[in-house]
Structure formats: C-alpha cells, structure tokens
Design a protein around this ligand. Structure first.
Ligand code: CP
Length: 306
C-alpha cells in the first residue's frame, strides 16, 4: 500500500487503511517535530506552498514539517505578491511552479481549484483549502486528534457546531469521520446548516444524522464537540453575518452540562465562539490539534514524496 505521488484533494483519495498508516507514521515523527530527533527523509525535496488566501496554521505547519524532515519550501502567502496580480491564470501559475518543486500545496478561494490544479501538473497537489470545498489535511489532523483523545476512531459521539454551510473543515470531516462512526450531530443556526447534498450523501451511506440548533440540549450526549468559526469572509451579505455572529459561545458555564471526558476541538482561528477561559480546562484540545497538524503533515509529505 503506497500513496507515493498521489494528489490529496479530498480524503476520499485515501482508504481507511492509508489514513491509519499516516497516523502510525505521524506517531513516529513526534520526537522529530519536538526537535529531539533529526530526520532527513525529505532531503533534497522542495515543497511549493501557494497560498491565495490567508493562513497561519496550514502554511506554517507545512513549512515546519518540510524543514524538520530536511526539505525546503518555496511559495507565497498572498496572491498579490505573485504574477496573479498581473493577470496570470491559476493554470499557468501551477504549471510554472511545478518546475521548481516536488509537490504543490494550494490554498485558493475557489471551490474545485485544487482538483483543477492537479489536472494541470504532474507533481502531487495537496489541497490546503479550496473555498467552501474541502481541507483534507485539516481533517487528517482532526481525526488523528480524536483518535488520541478517545483511544480509537469508532466509539464516541461527535457534534459539529457553528458554520456548517460554508465551513470546509466540517464538510471534509463529516464525510471522513462517518467512515468510522455511524452517527453525527450537526448543530447550527437554520441559515448555516450543512449543505443538503452532504447530509443526503451521509444518509445514503447509512449514517444517522441529527440536525439541531440547540447546543445546550445536545451537549450532555457528546464525547467530542468540534466548534467552528462563523466565517465572515464567505457571507455574500455582511448584514446576514452581523445577525448571526455570536450565536454559539462555548464557555465554562455551558460546559457544566458536559461529560467530564468531553474534548473540545476547533480548527482555529477562533473569534469568540470559545471563551479563553476554556483553554486551561481539560476539555481544551485545540492547541493539541495545532501540534498534531505538524506531525500529520510530516507523515503525509514523507509518504507522498519522501
Ligand atoms: N485551520 C486552518 O486551516 O488554519 P489556517 O487558516 O490558519 O491555516
């Protein structure tokens, strides 16, 4: 079983066994990510990180992962400093950059852009977020964190809360996690529900989907609460965002109703949907997710191009 040279556009590009193999490799990279051991599995390899949208975690964790493994990175953090600003197409940009590197990591505001880029080039393309589409490496680190928090990927009740309409992390996660668990709680304001085609796909696969706007009522049932930001930048009408922002806030008072072993995850960045007082409680797992993002991306890069 090898994923060498493959594009990672959605998690559907990986089998369950391949996902678990990435996790086992990630476990081994932990001391390397902490700077306690050295690795040269990417020596001589160059990653092209093309970010047409802002990012802190995805871009920097990929750069950190490549560097820890002895590789290098090139790229840009905003379209304005590339020749996109002069009108160059995405196709020409990626066909150019593939001459400089061994894999392309692409974040772009347009849904479908990573798939399109993968069709244009020979080197592997990793989707680092395509508009409201998918974010498969975030999903890998989310699954990895859930597995660490609960001991496996099969025996927990998971609720996704917040912006389920525009949030690409929850779109990817909903498809991926239901390969392992049979039930999913979707908690959102009515106007930010999970797209009906995704709910339909999950139902067709036999997943029990519970949709509600009432977080307080569902919280006591959950082992994992995955919180997402209401994504201001994706609202066509700013007034609609103003109306809906602040709908959910996870704070110590709300968490009094939770199971003691509940884990709270968030892909970050957060705005005010989790209060900072939660950070120092045993519920908080979102900065563990950040670290896990490095080792999971190390594993992925080593298996794709190492
Ligand atoms: N979770 C995530 O994708 O964060 P960034 O937007 O900072 O990369």
């Amino acid at each position: 079983m090898s994923i060498s040279g493959r594009d990672i556009i959605t998690l559907e590009n990986l089998s369950d066994g391949e996902i678990l193999q990435i996790f086992e490799t990630a476990d081994k990279f932990e001391p390397v990510a902490r700077g306690k051991e050295k690795s040269d599995v990417l020596e001589g390899k160059i990653i092209g990180a093309l970010f047409f949208e802002p990012s802190t975690r995805t871009r920097l964790s990929f750069k950190s992962a490549a560097k820890r493994l002895g590789g290098g990175t090139i790229g840009f953090a905003e379209a304005g400093v590339s020749s996109t600003a002069k009108g160059e197409s995405l196709a020409d940009t990626v066909r150019t950059v593939e001459n400089y590197c061994d894999a392309i990591i692409l974040r772009h505001p347009k849904m479908g852009s990573a798939k399109f880029a993968a069709e244009m080039v020979e080197v592997p393309v990793i989707n680092a977020g395509d508009g409201a589409g998918h974010h498969p490496t975030q999903t890998l680190l989310d699954l990895y964190t859930m597995r660490k928090a609960t001991g496996d990927l099969e025996h927990f009740d998971l609720g996704l809360v917040g912006d389920l309409k525009y949030g690409r992390t929850v779109h990817s996660l909903a498809y991926a996690i239901t390969r392992f668990i049979p039930k999913l709680f979707l908690i959102s304001p009515p106007s930010l529900k999970m797209p009906s085609e995704i709910v339909g796909d999950l139902s067709d696969r036999g997943v029990e989907v519970v949709e509600t706007s009432n977080l307080e009522a569902i919280l006591p049932e959950l082992d994992i609460l995955y919180v997402t930001r209401i994504q201001k930048e994706r609202f066509p009408d700013p007034a609609e965002y103003e109306e809906i922002k602040g709908t959910y806030r996870v704070d110590p008072e709300l968490l009094q109703e939770a199971k003691p072993e509940l884990s709270v995850l968030h892909p970050l960045p957060r705005v005010d949907e989790i209060s900072p007082e939660v950070d120092s409680t045993p519920y908080s797992m979102y900065f563990d997710q950040v670290f896990n993002g490095v080792i999971v991306r190390m594993a992925l890069l080593s298996m794709l191009i190492g």
